[in-house]
Design a protein around this ligand. Structure first.
Ligand code: UGA
Length: 430
Protein backbone atom coordinates (compact mmCIF):
# COMPACT_ATOMS: atom_id res chain seq x y z
CA UNK A 1 0.00 0.00 0.00
CA UNK A 2 1.03 3.63 -0.39
CA UNK A 3 1.15 5.09 3.10
CA UNK A 4 2.02 8.65 4.13
CA UNK A 5 2.91 9.58 7.70
CA UNK A 6 2.66 13.06 9.19
CA UNK A 7 5.39 13.56 11.82
CA UNK A 8 8.79 11.90 12.17
CA UNK A 9 9.07 11.83 15.96
CA UNK A 10 9.45 8.53 17.84
CA UNK A 11 5.99 7.31 16.88
CA UNK A 12 5.86 8.46 13.26
CA UNK A 13 9.37 7.43 12.35
CA UNK A 14 9.22 4.04 14.03
CA UNK A 15 5.81 3.35 12.48
CA UNK A 16 7.18 4.39 9.08
CA UNK A 17 10.25 2.17 9.13
CA UNK A 18 8.26 -0.79 10.50
CA UNK A 19 5.51 -0.50 7.86
CA UNK A 20 8.22 -0.31 5.17
CA UNK A 21 9.79 -3.40 6.69
CA UNK A 22 6.42 -5.13 6.23
CA UNK A 23 6.44 -4.27 2.52
CA UNK A 24 4.47 -1.01 2.28
CA UNK A 25 5.67 2.04 0.36
CA UNK A 26 5.99 4.74 2.98
CA UNK A 27 6.57 8.45 2.74
CA UNK A 28 7.38 10.23 6.02
CA UNK A 29 6.54 13.93 6.19
CA UNK A 30 7.88 16.56 8.56
CA UNK A 31 7.95 20.36 8.53
CA UNK A 32 11.47 20.35 9.99
CA UNK A 33 13.89 20.50 7.03
CA UNK A 34 16.89 19.53 9.15
CA UNK A 35 15.18 16.36 10.32
CA UNK A 36 14.29 15.41 6.75
CA UNK A 37 17.82 16.14 5.50
CA UNK A 38 19.21 13.99 8.30
CA UNK A 39 16.78 11.16 7.49
CA UNK A 40 17.66 11.33 3.81
CA UNK A 41 21.25 10.66 4.85
CA UNK A 42 19.97 7.50 6.52
CA UNK A 43 20.39 8.96 10.02
CA UNK A 44 17.72 8.96 12.73
CA UNK A 45 17.08 12.29 14.46
CA UNK A 46 16.06 10.34 17.59
CA UNK A 47 18.14 7.81 19.49
CA UNK A 48 16.18 4.60 18.98
CA UNK A 49 17.65 1.15 18.53
CA UNK A 50 17.07 -0.45 15.12
CA UNK A 51 15.70 2.61 13.28
CA UNK A 52 18.79 3.35 11.17
CA UNK A 53 19.17 -0.34 10.29
CA UNK A 54 15.56 -0.46 9.05
CA UNK A 55 16.02 2.78 7.07
CA UNK A 56 19.05 1.27 5.32
CA UNK A 57 17.33 -2.07 4.73
CA UNK A 58 14.11 -0.55 3.28
CA UNK A 59 15.59 2.43 1.42
CA UNK A 60 13.70 1.64 -1.80
CA UNK A 61 10.34 1.68 0.02
CA UNK A 62 10.96 4.72 2.24
CA UNK A 63 10.93 8.42 1.34
CA UNK A 64 11.38 11.44 3.61
CA UNK A 65 10.06 14.81 2.57
CA UNK A 66 8.77 18.22 3.67
CA UNK A 67 6.48 18.35 0.62
CA UNK A 68 3.25 17.27 2.32
CA UNK A 69 1.04 17.98 -0.70
CA UNK A 70 2.90 15.53 -2.91
CA UNK A 71 3.06 12.99 -0.10
CA UNK A 72 -0.65 13.03 0.80
CA UNK A 73 -2.05 13.54 -2.70
CA UNK A 74 -2.30 9.90 -3.77
CA UNK A 75 -1.68 7.95 -0.60
CA UNK A 76 -4.16 5.19 0.22
CA UNK A 77 -3.60 5.65 3.95
CA UNK A 78 -2.33 8.73 5.76
CA UNK A 79 -1.24 8.39 9.36
CA UNK A 80 -1.19 11.34 11.75
CA UNK A 81 1.66 10.88 14.23
CA UNK A 82 2.47 14.43 15.30
CA UNK A 83 2.95 15.49 18.93
CA UNK A 84 0.18 16.37 21.39
CA UNK A 85 2.18 18.23 24.07
CA UNK A 86 0.70 19.22 27.40
CA UNK A 87 -0.89 22.65 27.70
CA UNK A 88 -0.51 24.73 30.86
CA UNK A 89 -3.93 23.60 32.14
CA UNK A 90 -3.01 19.91 31.70
CA UNK A 91 -5.09 19.35 28.58
CA UNK A 92 -3.53 18.08 25.34
CA UNK A 93 -2.47 20.63 22.72
CA UNK A 94 -4.11 19.41 19.52
CA UNK A 95 -3.01 22.21 17.24
CA UNK A 96 -0.42 20.06 15.40
CA UNK A 97 -2.96 17.28 14.90
CA UNK A 98 -5.57 19.68 13.54
CA UNK A 99 -3.01 21.37 11.30
CA UNK A 100 -1.98 17.98 9.86
CA UNK A 101 -5.65 17.08 9.30
CA UNK A 102 -6.23 20.31 7.34
CA UNK A 103 -3.11 19.76 5.23
CA UNK A 104 -4.18 16.20 4.47
CA UNK A 105 -7.75 17.24 3.58
CA UNK A 106 -6.56 19.97 1.26
CA UNK A 107 -4.06 17.67 -0.49
CA UNK A 108 -5.86 14.37 -1.08
CA UNK A 109 -7.09 13.62 -4.57
CA UNK A 110 -8.33 10.06 -4.03
CA UNK A 111 -10.28 8.10 -1.40
CA UNK A 112 -8.12 7.84 1.69
CA UNK A 113 -8.20 6.40 5.16
CA UNK A 114 -6.80 8.82 7.74
CA UNK A 115 -5.35 7.06 10.76
CA UNK A 116 -4.85 8.93 14.04
CA UNK A 117 -1.85 7.47 15.84
CA UNK A 118 -1.09 10.51 18.00
CA UNK A 119 -2.44 10.16 21.55
CA UNK A 120 -5.56 12.31 21.45
CA UNK A 121 -8.38 12.94 23.94
CA UNK A 122 -11.52 10.91 23.52
CA UNK A 123 -13.71 12.51 20.88
CA UNK A 124 -10.87 14.01 18.85
CA UNK A 125 -11.51 11.56 16.00
CA UNK A 126 -14.98 13.08 15.56
CA UNK A 127 -13.50 16.59 15.47
CA UNK A 128 -10.91 15.53 12.92
CA UNK A 129 -13.55 13.88 10.74
CA UNK A 130 -15.40 17.21 10.67
CA UNK A 131 -12.24 19.24 9.97
CA UNK A 132 -11.31 16.90 7.13
CA UNK A 133 -14.76 17.04 5.53
CA UNK A 134 -14.84 20.84 5.83
CA UNK A 135 -11.46 21.20 4.11
CA UNK A 136 -11.60 18.65 1.28
CA UNK A 137 -10.71 20.23 -2.07
CA UNK A 138 -11.72 17.24 -4.24
CA UNK A 139 -14.77 14.99 -4.35
CA UNK A 140 -13.20 12.13 -2.43
CA UNK A 141 -14.09 10.03 0.58
CA UNK A 142 -11.84 10.35 3.67
CA UNK A 143 -12.50 7.91 6.53
CA UNK A 144 -11.03 8.83 9.89
CA UNK A 145 -9.90 6.00 12.17
CA UNK A 146 -8.18 5.76 15.55
CA UNK A 147 -5.19 3.45 15.82
CA UNK A 148 -3.21 4.26 18.99
CA UNK A 149 0.34 2.97 19.44
CA UNK A 150 1.78 1.19 22.45
CA UNK A 151 5.51 1.46 21.82
CA UNK A 152 7.99 2.37 24.55
CA UNK A 153 11.02 4.52 23.81
CA UNK A 154 14.21 2.49 23.73
CA UNK A 155 12.38 -0.64 22.49
CA UNK A 156 10.08 1.08 20.01
CA UNK A 157 10.98 -0.96 16.90
CA UNK A 158 10.64 -4.24 18.76
CA UNK A 159 7.34 -3.08 20.32
CA UNK A 160 5.94 -2.10 16.92
CA UNK A 161 6.96 -5.25 15.06
CA UNK A 162 5.79 -7.45 17.96
CA UNK A 163 3.01 -5.32 19.39
CA UNK A 164 1.00 -6.72 22.31
CA UNK A 165 -2.15 -5.77 20.37
CA UNK A 166 -3.29 -3.66 17.44
CA UNK A 167 -6.20 -1.45 18.42
CA UNK A 168 -8.33 -0.03 15.66
CA UNK A 169 -11.33 2.25 16.06
CA UNK A 170 -13.38 2.49 12.88
CA UNK A 171 -16.75 3.84 11.88
CA UNK A 172 -17.15 1.99 8.56
CA UNK A 173 -16.54 -1.40 6.95
CA UNK A 174 -14.33 0.18 4.29
CA UNK A 175 -12.04 1.66 6.94
CA UNK A 176 -11.85 -1.75 8.64
CA UNK A 177 -10.91 -3.41 5.33
CA UNK A 178 -8.11 -0.90 4.71
CA UNK A 179 -6.71 -1.17 8.25
CA UNK A 180 -6.70 -4.97 7.96
CA UNK A 181 -4.65 -4.55 4.78
CA UNK A 182 -2.17 -2.19 6.53
CA UNK A 183 -1.57 -4.76 9.29
CA UNK A 184 -1.72 -7.89 7.10
CA UNK A 185 1.96 -8.67 7.71
CA UNK A 186 1.59 -8.53 11.50
CA UNK A 187 0.79 -11.59 13.63
CA UNK A 188 -0.93 -9.80 16.51
CA UNK A 189 -4.59 -9.82 17.35
CA UNK A 190 -6.45 -6.82 15.95
CA UNK A 191 -8.96 -5.37 18.38
CA UNK A 192 -11.73 -3.69 16.43
CA UNK A 193 -13.89 -1.15 18.14
CA UNK A 194 -15.42 2.28 17.63
CA UNK A 195 -13.22 5.37 17.41
CA UNK A 196 -13.87 6.73 20.91
CA UNK A 197 -13.26 3.38 22.60
CA UNK A 198 -9.95 3.04 20.73
CA UNK A 199 -8.93 6.50 21.95
CA UNK A 200 -9.92 5.52 25.48
CA UNK A 201 -7.94 2.24 25.37
CA UNK A 202 -4.76 4.25 24.86
CA UNK A 203 -5.31 6.63 27.80
CA UNK A 204 -6.70 3.96 30.09
CA UNK A 205 -3.66 1.73 29.40
CA UNK A 206 -1.04 4.41 29.98
CA UNK A 207 -2.79 5.77 33.05
CA UNK A 208 -3.17 2.30 34.51
CA UNK A 209 0.59 1.76 34.17
CA UNK A 210 1.25 5.15 35.79
CA UNK A 211 -1.14 4.15 38.57
CA UNK A 212 0.73 0.89 39.06
CA UNK A 213 4.02 2.78 39.42
CA UNK A 214 2.59 5.30 41.89
CA UNK A 215 1.03 2.45 43.86
CA UNK A 216 4.30 0.54 44.15
CA UNK A 217 6.10 3.77 45.07
CA UNK A 218 3.68 4.35 47.92
CA UNK A 219 4.12 0.76 49.10
CA UNK A 220 7.89 1.35 48.89
CA UNK A 221 7.57 4.46 51.04
CA UNK A 222 5.65 2.41 53.58
CA UNK A 223 8.25 -0.38 53.38
CA UNK A 224 10.85 2.13 54.52
CA UNK A 225 8.74 3.05 57.53
CA UNK A 226 8.07 -0.56 58.59
CA UNK A 227 11.49 -1.91 57.58
CA UNK A 228 10.36 -4.21 54.75
CA UNK A 229 12.01 -4.71 51.34
CA UNK A 230 10.10 -3.47 48.26
CA UNK A 231 12.03 -5.70 45.86
CA UNK A 232 10.80 -8.83 47.62
CA UNK A 233 7.32 -7.34 48.05
CA UNK A 234 7.01 -6.48 44.35
CA UNK A 235 8.33 -9.88 43.32
CA UNK A 236 5.86 -11.62 45.62
CA UNK A 237 2.99 -9.54 44.30
CA UNK A 238 3.95 -9.91 40.65
CA UNK A 239 3.81 -13.70 40.70
CA UNK A 240 0.05 -13.41 40.89
CA UNK A 241 -0.90 -13.36 37.20
CA UNK A 242 -3.81 -11.05 37.99
CA UNK A 243 -1.25 -8.44 39.14
CA UNK A 244 1.72 -9.22 36.90
CA UNK A 245 5.34 -8.43 37.66
CA UNK A 246 5.97 -5.58 35.24
CA UNK A 247 5.79 -1.90 36.16
CA UNK A 248 6.33 -2.68 39.81
CA UNK A 249 9.82 -1.21 39.91
CA UNK A 250 9.83 1.35 42.73
CA UNK A 251 11.86 4.49 42.21
CA UNK A 252 11.79 8.26 42.02
CA UNK A 253 8.72 8.35 39.84
CA UNK A 254 7.74 8.11 36.22
CA UNK A 255 8.78 10.65 33.60
CA UNK A 256 8.87 10.74 29.80
CA UNK A 257 6.67 12.19 27.14
CA UNK A 258 3.66 9.98 27.87
CA UNK A 259 2.67 9.11 31.45
CA UNK A 260 2.90 12.64 32.94
CA UNK A 261 1.03 14.12 29.98
CA UNK A 262 -1.56 11.36 29.61
CA UNK A 263 -2.46 11.22 33.31
CA UNK A 264 -3.00 14.98 33.36
CA UNK A 265 -4.99 14.89 30.11
CA UNK A 266 -7.40 12.22 31.42
CA UNK A 267 -7.75 14.08 34.70
CA UNK A 268 -8.52 17.26 32.74
CA UNK A 269 -11.02 15.45 30.53
CA UNK A 270 -12.83 14.02 33.55
CA UNK A 271 -13.03 17.49 35.12
CA UNK A 272 -14.35 18.85 31.86
CA UNK A 273 -17.22 16.39 32.20
CA UNK A 274 -17.72 17.40 35.86
CA UNK A 275 -16.21 14.16 37.05
CA UNK A 276 -13.15 13.55 39.17
CA UNK A 277 -11.08 10.50 38.41
CA UNK A 278 -9.66 10.15 41.93
CA UNK A 279 -7.22 7.32 41.29
CA UNK A 280 -5.44 9.23 38.54
CA UNK A 281 -5.39 12.43 40.60
CA UNK A 282 -3.69 10.48 43.38
CA UNK A 283 -1.19 8.88 40.96
CA UNK A 284 -0.17 12.34 39.73
CA UNK A 285 0.27 13.70 43.27
CA UNK A 286 2.26 10.68 44.43
CA UNK A 287 4.54 11.00 41.43
CA UNK A 288 5.25 14.69 42.03
CA UNK A 289 6.30 13.95 45.61
CA UNK A 290 8.26 10.86 44.66
CA UNK A 291 10.49 12.81 42.29
CA UNK A 292 11.88 14.74 45.27
CA UNK A 293 12.35 11.70 47.47
CA UNK A 294 16.14 11.64 47.26
CA UNK A 295 16.50 15.32 48.05
CA UNK A 296 14.38 14.72 51.17
CA UNK A 297 16.57 11.77 52.14
CA UNK A 298 19.70 13.87 51.67
CA UNK A 299 18.56 16.34 54.36
CA UNK A 300 19.59 13.76 56.93
CA UNK A 301 23.19 14.28 55.84
CA UNK A 302 23.40 17.96 54.85
CA UNK A 303 21.38 21.04 55.82
CA UNK A 304 22.44 22.72 52.62
CA UNK A 305 24.30 21.79 49.44
CA UNK A 306 26.16 25.10 49.43
CA UNK A 307 29.76 24.54 48.34
CA UNK A 308 29.33 20.75 48.12
CA UNK A 309 30.44 18.58 45.22
CA UNK A 310 27.35 16.70 44.10
CA UNK A 311 27.64 13.78 41.67
CA UNK A 312 24.62 12.91 39.52
CA UNK A 313 24.45 9.61 37.64
CA UNK A 314 21.76 9.42 34.95
CA UNK A 315 19.86 12.35 33.45
CA UNK A 316 17.30 10.84 31.05
CA UNK A 317 13.78 9.79 32.12
CA UNK A 318 14.73 6.14 31.68
CA UNK A 319 17.69 4.19 30.23
CA UNK A 320 18.27 3.57 26.50
CA UNK A 321 16.87 6.89 25.37
CA UNK A 322 18.27 10.40 25.01
CA UNK A 323 14.90 11.87 26.00
CA UNK A 324 14.77 14.22 28.97
CA UNK A 325 11.09 15.05 28.94
CA UNK A 326 9.78 15.13 32.53
CA UNK A 327 12.91 13.36 33.73
CA UNK A 328 13.30 13.53 37.54
CA UNK A 329 16.79 15.02 37.00
CA UNK A 330 15.16 18.16 35.60
CA UNK A 331 13.38 18.75 38.91
CA UNK A 332 16.28 17.80 41.15
CA UNK A 333 19.29 19.45 39.54
CA UNK A 334 17.83 23.00 39.69
CA UNK A 335 17.26 22.50 43.44
CA UNK A 336 20.90 21.47 43.89
CA UNK A 337 22.15 24.38 41.78
CA UNK A 338 19.92 26.94 43.53
CA UNK A 339 21.31 25.74 46.82
CA UNK A 340 24.86 26.44 45.65
CA UNK A 341 26.08 22.91 44.85
CA UNK A 342 28.80 22.19 42.32
CA UNK A 343 27.03 19.56 40.17
CA UNK A 344 28.99 17.04 38.12
CA UNK A 345 26.84 14.76 35.95
CA UNK A 346 27.18 11.66 33.82
CA UNK A 347 24.75 10.18 31.31
CA UNK A 348 25.88 7.86 28.51
CA UNK A 349 23.48 9.25 25.87
CA UNK A 350 21.44 12.13 27.32
CA UNK A 351 24.31 14.55 27.92
CA UNK A 352 24.09 16.57 24.65
CA UNK A 353 20.37 17.20 25.25
CA UNK A 354 21.02 18.18 28.88
CA UNK A 355 23.66 20.66 27.75
CA UNK A 356 20.91 22.46 25.81
CA UNK A 357 19.07 23.05 29.12
CA UNK A 358 22.08 23.65 31.39
CA UNK A 359 24.98 24.61 29.11
CA UNK A 360 27.34 25.92 31.79
CA UNK A 361 25.73 25.34 35.18
CA UNK A 362 26.53 21.62 35.25
CA UNK A 363 29.97 20.04 34.75
CA UNK A 364 29.56 17.07 32.42
CA UNK A 365 31.84 14.05 32.84
CA UNK A 366 32.91 11.25 30.53
CA UNK A 367 32.81 8.50 33.13
CA UNK A 368 31.24 7.54 36.45
CA UNK A 369 34.69 7.60 38.07
CA UNK A 370 35.29 11.21 36.99
CA UNK A 371 31.82 12.22 38.23
CA UNK A 372 32.12 10.79 41.71
CA UNK A 373 35.73 11.81 42.39
CA UNK A 374 35.80 14.08 45.48
CA UNK A 375 32.00 14.12 45.66
CA UNK A 376 30.27 14.82 48.99
CA UNK A 377 27.18 12.94 47.88
CA UNK A 378 26.02 10.98 44.81
CA UNK A 379 22.48 10.83 43.41
CA UNK A 380 21.38 8.14 40.94
CA UNK A 381 18.40 9.22 38.83
CA UNK A 382 18.46 6.71 35.91
CA UNK A 383 19.28 3.00 35.94
CA UNK A 384 21.57 2.87 32.88
CA UNK A 385 23.30 -0.54 32.44
CA UNK A 386 26.72 1.06 32.84
CA UNK A 387 25.65 2.49 36.22
CA UNK A 388 24.18 -0.82 37.39
CA UNK A 389 27.35 -2.66 36.37
CA UNK A 390 29.69 -0.16 38.06
CA UNK A 391 32.31 -1.53 40.43
CA UNK A 392 30.72 -0.26 43.67
CA UNK A 393 33.98 -0.45 45.62
CA UNK A 394 35.02 2.70 43.73
CA UNK A 395 32.41 4.84 45.54
CA UNK A 396 34.39 4.63 48.79
CA UNK A 397 37.73 4.89 46.98
CA UNK A 398 36.92 8.02 45.00
CA UNK A 399 34.26 10.02 46.88
CA UNK A 400 35.20 12.53 49.58
CA UNK A 401 32.17 11.44 51.58
CA UNK A 402 30.73 8.20 50.20
CA UNK A 403 26.99 8.78 50.50
CA UNK A 404 25.08 7.21 47.60
CA UNK A 405 21.36 7.92 47.24
CA UNK A 406 19.99 5.60 44.60
CA UNK A 407 16.59 6.51 43.11
CA UNK A 408 16.39 3.39 40.93
CA UNK A 409 17.53 0.55 43.21
CA UNK A 410 20.50 -0.22 40.96
CA UNK A 411 22.48 -2.29 43.45
CA UNK A 412 21.84 -5.38 45.48
CA UNK A 413 21.85 -4.58 49.19
CA UNK A 414 24.26 -7.44 49.96
CA UNK A 415 26.61 -6.12 47.30
CA UNK A 416 26.73 -2.75 49.10
CA UNK A 417 27.41 -4.24 52.53
CA UNK A 418 30.98 -3.75 53.76
CA UNK A 419 31.81 -1.31 50.97
CA UNK A 420 32.28 1.61 53.35
CA UNK A 421 29.41 3.46 51.68
CA UNK A 422 26.30 5.02 53.17
CA UNK A 423 23.79 3.62 50.70
CA UNK A 424 20.10 4.48 50.58
CA UNK A 425 17.66 3.39 47.91
CA UNK A 426 13.87 3.30 47.57
CA UNK A 427 11.75 1.07 49.81
CA UNK A 428 14.58 -1.09 51.07
CA UNK A 429 16.36 -1.51 54.40
CA UNK A 430 19.52 0.59 54.53
C1 UGA B 1 4.98 4.48 27.80
C2 UGA B 1 4.23 3.14 27.76
O1 UGA B 1 4.96 2.15 28.49
C3 UGA B 1 4.01 2.68 26.33
O2 UGA B 1 3.22 1.49 26.33
C4 UGA B 1 3.27 3.78 25.55
O3 UGA B 1 3.05 3.41 24.20
C5 UGA B 1 4.11 5.06 25.60
O4 UGA B 1 4.27 5.44 26.99
C6 UGA B 1 3.40 6.12 24.81
O5 UGA B 1 2.29 6.50 25.20
O6 UGA B 1 3.88 6.52 23.75
P1 UGA B 1 7.56 5.23 27.66
O7 UGA B 1 7.09 6.58 28.13
O8 UGA B 1 8.48 5.17 26.48
O9 UGA B 1 6.30 4.28 27.29
O10 UGA B 1 8.35 4.58 28.85
P2 UGA B 1 8.09 3.48 29.98
O11 UGA B 1 9.04 2.39 29.79
O12 UGA B 1 6.67 3.13 30.12
O13 UGA B 1 8.55 4.29 31.29
C7 UGA B 1 7.89 5.48 31.70
C8 UGA B 1 8.41 5.93 33.05
O14 UGA B 1 7.99 5.05 34.08
C9 UGA B 1 9.94 5.99 33.14
O15 UGA B 1 10.31 7.19 33.80
C10 UGA B 1 10.30 4.79 33.99
O16 UGA B 1 11.48 4.99 34.74
C11 UGA B 1 9.09 4.68 34.90
N1 UGA B 1 8.87 3.32 35.42
C12 UGA B 1 8.53 2.31 34.59
C13 UGA B 1 9.00 3.10 36.79
O17 UGA B 1 9.30 4.01 37.58
N2 UGA B 1 8.77 1.84 37.26
C14 UGA B 1 8.42 0.81 36.46
O18 UGA B 1 8.21 -0.32 36.99
C15 UGA B 1 8.31 1.05 35.09
Amino acid sequence: MRIAIAGTGYVGLVTGVCLAEKGHNVVCVDTDENKIAWLNLGRSPVFEEGVEELIAKNRDRLTFTTDYRAAYKNSEVTIIAVGTPEKKDGSANLSYVFQAAIQIAKSIERDTVIVIKSTVPIGTGDKIAKIVNDNLCHRVNAEVTANPEFLSQGTAVKNTLNASRIVVGVESEEAERVLREVYRGFDQEMILTDRKSAEMIKYASNDFLALKISYINEIANLCELVDANINDVAYGMGLDPRIGGSFLQAGIGYGGSCFPKDTKALHWLANFHDYEIKTIKAAIEVNENQKLKLIKKSQKYYDSFYGLNVAVLGLTFKPNTDDLRDAPSLQNIPILLDDGAHVKAFDPIGEPNYRKVFPTEVEYCESIEETITDADICFIFTEWGVIKQFDVSKFAQLMKNPIVLDGRNCYDLNQMKGQGVVYESIGRRT
